[in-house]
Design a protein. Structure first.
Length: 128
């Protein structure tokens, strides 16, 4: 299939495909006329890349998954390097969640103080 068909079937732009190729994640074969040609395995790789990017992984993080697919595995997450990327991402997410929990506690404490301060203020008969 040509680049336009691959882009359509994978739900990405041709520009993205060229970028993936430039980064070494995708390997196009060239037809005699110079057009890029791709196979079903390339479609699987692009879908794997897009799936990981949609989860918040960086493009470089997708490399072990693509290499795993190239190695003949049914899924890109069956290799040790892919599992290491999952572990690293999970630790990163856990750290973000912990940080957000701390920020939430601080904001809740500030809200509580603000509400208590407002309740303690003397009220004017003309103010709401």
């Amino acid at each position: 299939m040509r680049i336009g068909e691959l882009a359509e079937r994978a739900g990405v732009s041709t520009r993205s495909l060229r970028y993936y190729e430039a980064q070494g994640l995708l390997r196009a074969r060239r037809a005699a006329n110079g057009y890029r040609e791709y196979g079903d395995e390339d479609l699987r790789m692009v879908r794997e890349i897009r799936s990981l990017l949609d989860l918040g992984f960086g493009l470089e993080d997708t490399r072990p998954f693509v290499e795993c697919l190239r190695g003949g595995h049914e899924a890109g997450d069956r290799c040790p390097d892919s599992i290491a990327v999952y572990r690293r991402k999970l630790a990163e997410l856990d750290a973000c969640i912990a940080r957000l929990g701390e920020v939430r506690e601080r904001v809740a404490a500030q809200l509580e103080l603000a509400v208590e301060s407002r309740a303690a203020e003397p009220r004017c008969a003309f103010s709401p």
